[in-house]
Design a protein around this ligand. Structure first.
Ligand code: DHB
Ligand code: FE
Length: 455
């Protein structure tokens, strides 16, 4: 299913959704740059030179030069961003809005004084209201479209040929993977210490997993992790955030960026999931600019080793477990179910794994630092496998008391578990392909599970 867009037939109206945002990312970021006086001055002094600094499409640059806001919106612009361009030209919001209607400035102002445009006949395309015409176009846009028309015809032909060969089908979740994510594990890999006696037993626990990943490489991993005061500082604290960018660089957490490959995203699937999950009433923050920390890169190494490039795409999904209140286990479990519905309604035959990372018991702070509760951790694994719904009702305070303050990371595992088909009642209990537990890695008890969907 494509994104559900009931708003496409509202006349003369563009809703700024995840697809538009992705298309318009650099155009809108360019507009944001005009909020600085020095940038406005540079732009006004030499538009072409300033625009050359931005990785916008040629069409977006042409739309900016033509100051054609309808055209700019067609290429992904949003009015609140574009207003920075209008403001740079000294225009009011009324002048900007009016410029898109095909009316003169005076006509538009008169219409507003007379009570504004009526919704009558303007609710649905094909009625007889006064907003039913084509968008007004600058001459620059018309010329551009003529040229684009020819190119488009060629592209359509190519695309039709390509879809003929493509197998039909939907995305599906094949398995879920769970793993701790300690930074010291990353450091051991980066500094060639994996064979040392301290580390050897830990890495041995992932030998099976690396082979399993080779045999079961997905197209995309939906990777649930937490950012550790890396991309999100105290300025903005999203509870749930989905990475919709094409690439995510490894972050510098203070030791320099880890020497691991750039993570390639899947913007189309991520946008689809964002829209579907938000329409299922979960509030996600959409993040186009995200650097990924050890929470994501360490599990990638544990499962794939250290390849020159990661062998599949990854959609990073961040959960706030740093500043309370953090989301409840029950909410995470329900979110996992919503994510499953989103993924399995995507109309490309992709194999998707969902990973839950962080945990198990650890406390990194205060006189109680170093707390480990192996018995509780193993009980958590048992319950995660056999009765995750019941496990999801466990309150935060139990995690803190029993598994240490940072053991709260384990709520993220419930998102991955909620996305398995048995939870939706459409499959048997998952197969436990692998289970591993080891103490310690740095301050942490390391737990690891691979669960395969049985359909
Ligand atoms: C450690 C564990 C973590 O989960 C983390 O985010 C940072 C450090 C540790 O055990 O050292
Ligand atoms: Fe952590």
């Amino acid at each position: 299913m494509a994104l559900d867009k009931p708003y496409l037939d509202v006349p003369g109206t563009t809703i700024f959704d995840a697809d538009q945002s992705r298309k318009g990312y650099w155009l809108n970021q360019f507009c944001m740059s005009l909020m600085k006086a020095e940038n406005r001055a540079r732009f006004k002094a030499d538009e072409d030179a300033y625009l050359a600094e931005w990785p916008m499409t040629d069409e977006q640059k042409a739309a900016v030069r033509a100051r054609d806001l309808n055209w700019a919106m067609r290429t992904g612009g949003n009015i609140y961003f574009l207003s920075k361009l209008g403001a740079t030209d000294g225009l009011s919001f009324q002048q900007m809005a009016g410029s898109m209607t095909g009316m003169t400035e005076q006509q538009y102002r008169d219409m507003m004084i007379a009570g504004g445009r009526s919704p009558e006949g303007n609710r649905v395309v094909g009625e007889t209201g006064n907003a039913q015409g084509a968008a007004s176009q600058s001459d620059a846009w018309k010329a551009w479209e003529e040229k684009a028309q020819k190119e488009l015809a060629a592209q359509v032909e190519q695309a039709q040929a390509a879809t003929k060969n493509k197998a039909d089908g939907r995305a599906r979740i094949t398995a879920s993977v769970y793993s701790s994510h300690v930074p010291a594990i990353g450091a051991a890999i980066d500094h060639g210490k994996t064979e040392e006696p301290y580390w050897q037993p830990l890495f041995k626990g992932y030998d099976f997993s690396k082979q399993w990943m080779k045999d079961n490489t997905p197209d995309v991993i939906f990777l649930v992790y937490n950012d550790h005061a890396t991309s999100f500082d105290l300025g903005v604290i999203p509870t749930f955030a989905i990475g919709t960018a094409a690439e995510f660089e490894p972050a510098d957490e203070g030791y320099g960026p880890r020497p691991v490959p750039v993570v390639k995203g899947h913007p189309e699937l991520a946008s689809h999931i964002a829209q579907s999950v938000i329409q299922q009433d979960f509030d996600l923050t959409i993040v186009n600019d995200l650097k990924v920390d050890h929470g994501l890169t360490v599990p990638m190494n544990l499962m794939f080793g250290s390849p020159a490039a990661w062998p599949c795409k990854v959609i990073p999904f961040h959960v706030n477990v740093v500043q309370y209140p953090v989301p409840s286990g029950a909410r995470c479990f329900a979110l996992g179910q919503a994510i499953r519905r989103a993924i399995e309604s995507y109309d490309q035959p992709l194999k998707v794994q969902i990973w839950g990372t962080g945990g198990m018991s650890h406390q990194l702070q205060g006189p109680r630092a170093g707390l480990i509760n192996a018995e509780w951790d193993n009980r958590f694994l048992d319950r995660l496998i056999a009765d995750p719904k019941d496990l999801s009702t466990m309150p935060h305070i139990d995690y803190v008391r029993e598994a240490g303050s940072e053991g709260i990371e384990l709520v993220m595992w419930l998102i991955a578990r909620g996305a398995m088909s048995d939870v939706a009642g459409s499959g048997k209990a998952p197969k436990v392909a692998h289970r591993f537990f080891h103490v310690p890695a740095s301050n942490t008890a390391v737990g690891h599970l691979i669960l395969e969907n049985q359909v």
